[in-house]
Design a protein around this ligand. Structure first.
Ligand SMILES: CC(C)(COP(=O)(O)OP(=O)(O)OC[C@H]1O[C@@H](n2cnc3c(N)ncnc32)[C@H](O)[C@@H]1OP(=O)(O)O)[C@@H](O)C(=O)NCCC(=O)NCCS
Length: 164
C-alpha cells in the first residue's frame, strides 16, 4: 500500500478534508465505531474492508496543529452499483452537518465511478440516519428480515436506494 493518501479532496470551506483510510488509521476508526454503535465492527472487520479494496474514506476536521478524524464511510462498488457499507460521525461531532457532507461526498464519489445506483441498509430504529437518507432522496427498495443483531433477537434492515 502506498505511504501517501491515494486521493484527497477539500470540499467547501477548509474545515473538512476527505482522505482514504490507511492501516494506521484503523484503531481510530474502530474507537469511533465503538462510541457510536451498540454492535460495532471490529478492527479486523475494518482491516478486511481495506484489504477488499473498498473505497474507505476518512473525514478529518482540519486543525492548526493536527487534523482530527471525525468520521468515515465505506463504499463497495460492483459493476455500476455502489453499496454504502458503513457511515459514521464521531459522537461529539454529530448533529452539526458533518454526516450530510460526508454522504454528499460519497454520492459524488459513486457518481465519479459511474455508478447508476447507491444502496444501503439502515435499522428501522435509526430515525436520525433515515431522516438524512430521505432528505437526500433515498427511497425504500426492500426489507431484509432479521439482518442486524439486537438487544433481543434480531432487527430487520430497510434496504434503501438512490438513483445517481
Ligand atoms: C447518521 C449520522 C452519520 C448522521 O450524521 P450527523 O453529522 O449526525 O448528521 P447531520 O448533522 O449532518 O444531520 C443530517 C440530518 O440528519 C438528521 N438528524 C441529525 N441529527 C438528528 C437528530 N438528533 N434527530 C433527528 N434527526 C437528526 C436530520 O435530518 C439532519 O438534517 P437537518 O440538519 O437538515 O435537519 C450520525 O448521526 C452517526 O454517525 N450515527 C451513528 C452511526 C449511524 O447510525 N450510521 C448510519 C448507519 S445506517
Amino acid at each position: 500500500m502506498s505511504a501517501l493518501p491515494q486521493s484527497a479532496a477539500r470540499p467547501g470551506p477548509l474545515e473538512l478534508a476527505f482522505r482514504r483510510i490507511r492501516d494506521a488509521d484503523l484503531e481510530a476508526v474502530a474507537a469511533i465505531e465503538r462510541r457510536v454503535y451498540a454492535f460495532p465492527w471490529t478492527v479486523g472487520n475494518f482491516r478486511d474492508a481495506l484489504l477488499s479494496g473498498y473505497r474507505f474514506w476518512g473525514c478529518w476536521r482540519v486543525g492548526v496543529d493536527r487534523d482530527e478524524l471525525i468520521g468515515y464511510a465505506i463504499l463497495m462498488l460492483a459493476v455500476d452499483e455502489a453499496h454504502l457499507l458503513n457511515i459514521a460521525v464521531d459522537a461529539h461531532c454529530q448533529g452539526r452537518g458533518f454526516g450530510r457532507r460526508m454522504l454528499k461526498f460519497i454520492i459524488d464519489d459513486a457518481r465519479a465511478k459511474e455508478c447508476a445506483m447507491l444502496f444501503l441498509e439502515v435499522r428501522p430504529s435509526n430515525t436520525v440516519a433515515q431522516a438524512l437518507y430521505a432528505d437526500v432522496g433515498f427511497t425504500q427498495h426492500g426489507l431484509r428480515k432479521a439482518y442486524y443483531p439486537a438487544r433481543q433477537g434480531r432487527e430487520d434492515a430497510l434496504f434503501l436506494g438512490l438513483e445517481l
